[in-house]
Design a protein around this ligand. Structure first.
Ligand code: UT7
Length: 322
């Protein structure tokens, strides 16, 4: 008997209209376009306007993914939104999106795993589909980090951008090698103080700001993403040369290049958005996937490796045959 798999059927993305360049940041902060590009690969980022929220951006990206897959609201069983910047403590971003998209059946919930959120949400959706609890899932990463950054902290303010990305997944019993092959999740709470937000939604005495020990997170990212890549390939009996595309979390071009070098993948096989989007946390992988599928780079049959590391620390990888 063939096992049930999740196929990636739809892709969507949303980026706020306002673009902020490095030069614009350098007019206010003690930084420079040269430093930001050299250390991170970032040239600009999209920043949410007053009308953009985690829900509104997630709904725009989610609708695009449903349109791409040519499915209707009735076809959506589960909605999982990965976000660390929800608009409110509850209801979850996912059920707000459910209402926005006119979906009246199924269920929705949020996943909080910082920059690894999309891998965690994808893994959860895949498990729901494989177990038969859902026939389909809309998986969205939506983040408004501009609302949790300290405007006076140059070491974090220049790194992040806002946006949302989405995939629509559907169950198949006849995958023919296609779909999510496996996902692998890890966390280690001992490193919680390397990257965190010093407050909670709704705290009235102070606004919550992101804090990061960049150099330490960088060190962990290189080591843990490297072992994640080996883990996901070994679990599927595959080699570096089998990978068609690396679609990494977009935190820093130097980290991405390090993983690509390990995989011996040429730069043209790595999907890069960090230069234009900066780090959009849980939204970065689905935004990159959406771009590369729509411009024809990623095609049916390609083996796509996704990986991420974020606050927690959390990290993981997923492998999919498109
Ligand atoms: O997505 C979640 C996971 N996050 C990550 O993976 C991020 C991982 N970390 C990184 O990407 C890098 O560590 C950063 C991009 C955050 C920083 O790059 P770095 O090469 O590790 O720089 P650094 O933190 O060691 O700082 C080097 C210098 C420092 O000055 P001193 O102490 O050497 O005098 C900083 O104060 O650069 C200074 N600096 C800046 N200078 C100009 C820090 N931020 C800036 C800035 N502009 N924006």
């Amino acid at each position: 008997m063939k096992a049930r798999h999740s196929l990636l059927k739809g892709f969507g993305g949303y980026l706020p209209d306002r673009i902020v360049t490095n030069d614009e940041l350098a007019t206010r902060l003690e930084t420079s376009d040269e430093w930001i590009r050299a250390r991170t690969g970032i040239a600009q980022r999209h920043v949410a306007g007053p009308e953009d929220t985690a829900v509104s951006m997630a709904a725009r990206a989610g609708q695009q993914a449903l349109d791409y897959a040519r499915v209707s609201p009735d076809d959506v069983d589960a909605i999982i939104v990965a976000t660390s910047t929800p608009d409110q403590a509850f209801p979850s971003t996912a059920v707000r999106v459910q209402a926005e998209l006119g979906i009246t059946t199924g269920f929705g919930f949020d996943v909080a795993a910082a920059c690894s959120g999309f891998i965690y949400a994808l893994s959860t959706a895949d498990a729901l589909i494989r177990s038969g609890q859902a026939r389909s899932a809309l998986v969205i990463g939506s983040e408004v980090y501009s609302r949790i950054l300290d405007p006076d902290d140059r070491s974090t303010f220049v790194l992040f951008g806002d946006g949302a990305g989405a995939v629509f997944m559907q169950a198949t019993d006849d995958a023919d090698g296609q779909g999510i092959l496996s996902t692998h999740l890890h966390s280690d709470g001992r490193y919680g103080d390397l990257l965190y937000v010093d407050g909670a939604i709704g705290q009235s005495d102070k606004s919550a700001h992101l804090k990061m020990q960049g150099r330490d997170v960088f060190r962990h990212a290189v080591a843990k993403l490297s072992s994640s890549v080996d883990e996901v390939l070994a679990a599927n009996g595959l080699q570096y040369e089998d990978v068609s595309w690396l679609v990494p979390h977009q935190a820093n071009l130097r980290i991405i290049d390090g993983v690509a070098r390990k995989l011996r993948l040429p730069p043209e096989r790595v999907v890069i958005t960090v230069d234009r989007h900066a780090n959009t946390s849980a939204a970065s992988i689905p935004l990159a996937l959406n771009e590369a599928v729509r411009d024809g780079r990623i095609r049916t049959g390609d083996l796509v490796l996704m990986e991420a590391l974020g606050g927690g620390l959390t990290w993981g990888a997923a492998l999919a045959r498109m």
